[in-house]
Design a protein around this ligand. Structure first.
Ligand SMILES: Nc1ncnc2c1ncn2[C@@H]1O[C@H](COP(=O)(O)OP(=O)(O)OP(=O)(O)O)[C@@H](O)[C@H]1O
Ligand SMILES: [Mg+2]
Length: 512
């Protein structure tokens, strides 16, 4: 390879992939740079592919194998951000570079230092750059990332000491590798070789910083899924932020205001609170029977915090709490949601590690700096299972709120909320509201739907009769009478629906 200066280029041109998380594609040309043309690449590929050791020595000089190497690793889901960091770093320092792929890298343990040596039959040769599409936003947004590639960068500037004329500008080599499905490469790694150790370190630190600053996860709703690749790996997926209004949430007066003050209020007044020596970190626990609106409240709070990074951890992903907190800390303001947190506290026999996980969560909650704008929002319908652990480690939860079963007023408001565009006859609603004492919001929702189904069945029958009589079908709204509601309640209250009732969060027997 010649050491001629190469014109800078901004981003790696990638062929399109399938949009799949693990999809990998290969760029046909072995090396790419803005100055090269298709003809250049064609003539380059006519000649025999040089070994990587040869290429590195030509780039870094005869002492290449002795050059210090700085290494940084990230968890698999950071691949997209590392690529962003590398691209930005290259664009910012403006040094010419070329990107080279290699053949035979899959399922192999190797580092940049191994590439300086041709090791017999296993020598890896220059080849196309293998690419992979990584999720980069909600929906199907992806960014093409280098799966395994060697960046050969010319003359990077050292720190600016006012006079750069005599500064040496040593060349660098960067090896970027993404996580490999079922392979030994478990992390995303970046190795930087440069004769000036400080320069290599500075480049690594800068790329790490850029990866955080421009993280594609910032300000999004994310969820750690269950195991995707294996027990030690995880995927972080984007979710659309819920859109919800206050009116969609029926809660006792004052309850939501308290939660809002704790979560949204601190968020809004963060600068003033910090200026007055107050901490920002907060822990809110929503507890109450199933189906009363804990998850619904979480969704509402997410919709009220459009700029906040949200990390949702379900109980089976709780072992990733450390990584979730790391993301929250790096991308604050952040909200860490742990749903059904009792599940990890309850069953120690089935999950021998359950208690340590809960303690790890509490430790992480305590471990964040006081000025970190991070909220922990926990939900449970078994607060009794959780209380001993919380009592043993006080101070993690500073606001615990019961989300109760709706009272009569709540049930009346729920009937209004879930009627949708139904023409609901609520003339006799008082009796209905009385007879639904003890049910949840989910129950009321289902009650209305059942009544609507009964009304539709009736309408079908009438239309059928009318058609037989030759009358035109009515095209007005669906009228649901008090009788439909009563009948639906009777069905749901009947002995055949004992389990349905329990699943909807209603008591075993409803009042007559
Ligand atoms: N307070 C409420 N106001 C309005 N709708 C509600 C309310 N509570 C529940 N719902 C309706 O019932 C559905 C189920 O409620 P949700 O999932 O929030 O219950 P939960 O308290 O999280 O239960 P679990 O303890 O089983 O997780 C919601 O999606 C919503 O449609
Ligand atoms: Mg829930």
């Amino acid at each position: 390879m010649s050491s001629q200066p190469m014109p800078p280029r901004r981003t790696v041109a990638a062929s399109s992939g399938s949009g799949n998380f693990a999809a990998a594609t290969t760029i046909a040309a072995a090396t790419i740079s803005a100055g090269t043309t298709a003809a250049d690449n064609a003539s380059a590929s006519d000649t025999a592919a040089p070994g990587l050791a040869e290429l590195l020595t030509a780039h870094l000089g005869p002492e290449a194998a002795m050059v210090p190497i700085a290494t940084v690793t990230w968890p698999p889901y950071e691949h997209v951000n590392v690529q962003g960091g590398v691209d930005r770093w290259l664009a910012r320092n403006g040094a010419p570079y070329r990107l080279t792929g290699m053949a035979g890298f899959r399922l192999r343990m190797f580092g940049l230092s191994d590439l300086f040596h041709d090791v017999g039959a296993h020598t890896m040769t220059v080849a196309g750059v293998s690419m992979t599409d990584q999720p980069s936003g909600p929906g199907d947004e992806t960014r093409s990332c280098v799966q395994c590639g060697l960046y050969l960068v010319d003359g990077v500037d050292g720190p600016d000491d006012g006079d750069r004329t005599a500064d040496p500008r040593p060349p660098m080599a960067l090896l970027l590798r993404g996580t490999e499905l079922r392979g030994p490469q478990q992390d995303v790694s970046l190795e930087i070789a440069c004769s000036d150790r400080a320069l290599a370190r500075a480049a690594a630190a800068e790329i790490r910083r850029l990866a955080v600053e421009f993280s594609v996860y910032r300000g999004h709703v994310l969820e750690f899924g269950a195991e995707v690749f294996g027990p030690h790996q995880s995927a972080l997926s984007f979710h659309e932020r819920p859109v919800m209004t206050r009116e969609e949430l029926i809660l006792p007066p004052g309850m939501l205001e308290g939660v809002e003050a704790q979560i949204l209020g601190v968020n809004r007044h963060r600068a003033a609170l910090l200026a007055h020596g107050q901490h920002l970190k907060r822990g809110v626990l929503l507890f109450g029977p199933p189906g009363t609106g804990k998850t619904h409240t979480v969704r509402y709070l997410m919709s009220r915090l459009p700029e906040t990074t949200v990390v949702v951890l379900t109980a089976n992903a709780l072992r990733l709490i450390g990584q979730a907190c790391e993301i929250a800390r790096a991308l604050q303001p952040a909200l860490v949601v742990v749903e059904d947190v009792d599940l990890i506290a309850r069953d120690r026999s089935a999950h021998p590690d359950a208690a340590p996980l809960l303690f790890q969560l509490l430790t992480e909650m305590d471990g964040l700096d006081g000025d970190a704008d991070v909220t922990f929002l926990l939900t449970t319908n078994r607060v009794d299972a959780l209380e001993p652990a919380l009592a043993m480690r006080p101070g993690r939860v500073d606001h615990a709120v019961e989300v109760p079963l709706p009272d009569a007023d709540g049930r009346a408001r729920l009937l209004e909320l879930y009627r949708g565009s139904l023409d609901l006859d609520l003339a006799g609603a008082d009796g209905l509201i009385e007879r639904t004492a003890g049910v949840t919001a989910s129950f009321i929702k289902e009650l209305i739907r059942r009544a609507a189904l009964l009304a539709l069945d009736e309408q079908d029958e009438e239309q059928h009769d009318d058609q037989n009589d030759g009358a035109a079908a009515p095209d007005n709204g669906l009228r649901v009478s008090a009788a439909h509601l009563d009948e639906a309640l009777e069905i749901l209250a009947g002995s055949r629906h004992q389990l349905t009732r329990r699943l909807l969060g209603a008591p075993g027997d409803l009042p007559d």
